[in-house]
Design a binder for this molecule. Structure first.
Ligand SMILES: *Cc1c(COP(=O)(O)O)cnc(C)c1O
Length: 467
């Protein structure tokens, strides 16, 4: 590398653009900022356009004022409360608003909750609290507390595997199946025992877009707890659903209105409509947040509980969340979520018209859904949904294909997640590209590699193909 002598060199006249960008060691000399910017920017160009990415759940659009507000706060460290006390207060207001949206019975001025980097941190905190409450109870009873477990469906998100591994809490997975496409409450009870710290139903199951029936689980647990004398509570992982249900289905009981729901987590950066990373966890009452996790601070007349795995974290997202509450209001959120749901339902209806496809569920309850190849068509097809994923990628769309979890793992599905920013017109463009892609795949004379691999595996399990 040569030293850049003339800082006024035009960007593309610089020697730097002839060199490979650094990947192992820090460059010896500085680079002109415009050139440095260009080098980093260029590396991002081959990525999918975020607006065409139907794989991610995470917000890819915020309005100009939100963007301005967040950019202006880009240097704010949330934990620095003496320097930014109002950010901490705004955080407390965001917790209050969410707790009330979820019908908390807590009457304190400042509700009990915590901000996180995403649902992952929020789920961890909910899980740890459940574990510590269980441990305390076991100690008081003079019983062993070395074999904790929690119960969740096989439709769980990977964070729960992390929770299990990092805190060494056994994860007991209740299979979802063709008969029970969401968590079956009665079956879940069969996985519970005196060492169960909590059951975790999901609202907006990542794999399927469906909701576990929390109300039925609550009733089943109530009976079970009365019979056994256990005290097994519920933590709801509402990463997506936490910002959908209060607006689109306020009558449905899945939240703190239910007896055994003691904590709920969600992603502010999913349907909370804020750029990443932002998550929230709320407890039904302060008494469900173990003291060991709660570092309380008191200033400016506001008592704020400090709970979290991270110390420093960006403050901008908290301002973005608060801005959204003010800018959109309840009715604004409702209208946006409704539009996303309607677009998802529209695409669902169009997918149903493809003779090659079959929608997995008979309803779309969150703005995301999955489908698979029609069972009859699958017997003679020369391609799989992985091939369709590749084709769509050539058009710029990111639409993921994957296999469902254990006991449904023979089903390859495709998923779309519809978010703010995806219009009917974009849906039509995506569907038109999908029709072209499918038409191309139909012309194949020979099966694709992914089809050959799929059939080989399925034949071993006894599936019959007709070609
Ligand atoms: C996305 C998701 C998570 C993880 O959330 P992050 O905000 O990405 O950390 C956890 N659980 C469910 C059900 C999810 O959909």
């Amino acid at each position: 590398m040569k030293e850049e002598k003339y800082l006024e060199t035009p960007v593309f006249a610089s020697d730097r653009v002839l060199e490979a960008a650094p990947s192992d060691v820090i460059p010896k000399f500085p680079t002109n900022p415009e050139v440095a910017y260009q080098i980093v920017k260029e590396e991002t160009y081959p990525q999918t356009n975020p607006m065409l990415n139907l794989a991610t759940f995470v917000t890819t659009y915020m309005d100009d004022y939100a963007t301005r507000l967040m950019n202006e706060a880009i240097n704010i460290n949330y934990i620095d409360e003496t320097e930014y006390p109002r950010v901490a207060v705004i955080n407390g207001k965001c917790i209050n608003i969410l707790a009330n949206l979820w019908n908390t019975p807590e009457t304190r001025k400042w509700k009990t909750g915590a901000v996180g980097i995403g649902s992952s941190e929020a789920c961890m905190l909910g899980g740890i609290a459940a574990w510590l409450r269980w441990k305390k109870r076991r100690m008081e009873q003079g019983k062993p507390y070395d074999k904790p477990n929690f119960v969740i469906s096989t439709g769980m998100q990977v964070v729960w595997e992390k929770f299990s591994q990092l805190w060494q809490v056994e994860m007991r997975q209740v299979p979802i199946s063709r008969e029970h496409i969401t968590l079956d409450p009665q079956l879940a009870l069969q996985y519970c025992d005196e060492n169960t710290i909590c059951v975790v139903p999901i609202q907006g199951v990542t794999w399927t877009g469906l909701n576990d029936d929390v109300e039925a689980l609550d009733a089943a647990l109530d009976e079970y707890n009365a019979k056994t004398g256990y005290n097994i509570p519920i933590h709801v992982d509402a990463a997506s659903g936490g910002f959908i249900l209060p607006f689109l289905n306020p009558e449905k009981k899945w939240d703190f209105r239910l007896k055994w729901v003691l904590s709920i987590s969600t992603s502010g950066h999913k349907y909370g409509l804020v750029y990443p990373g932002l998550g929230w966890v709320i407890w039904k009452d302060k008494k469900y947040l173990p003291d060991e996790m709660n570092f309380s601070v008191n200033y400016l007349g506001a008592e704020i509980s400090q709970v979290g795995l991270n110390f420093s974290r960006p403050g901008a997202q908290i301002l973005g969340q608060y801005y959204n509450y003010i800018r959109l209001g309840f009715e604004g959120y409702k209208a946006i979520q409704k539009n996303s749901l309607e677009i998802a339902r529209y695409i669902w209806g169009e997918i149903a018209k493809f003779p090659q496809f079959h929608n997995y569920a008979q309803e779309v309850v969150n703005p995301l859904f999955i489908w698979h190849l029609d069972q009859e068509y699958d017997k003679s097809a020369k391609w799989t949904l992985y091939d369709l994923q590749d084709k769509l990628k050539q058009y710029g769309w990111m639409v993921p294909a994957y296999t469902l979890p254990a006991s449904l793992e023979d089903i390859v599905v495709m998923r779309v997640v519809i978010k703010q920013g995806f219009t009917r017109d974009m849906a039509d463009m995506m569907l038109a590209d999908m029709r072209s892609a499918v038409a191309e795949l139909e012309q194949l004379a020979y099966p694709t590699n992914s089809r050959i691999a799929y059939e080989k595996e399925e034949k071993q399990k006894g599936k019959v193909f007709t070609h």
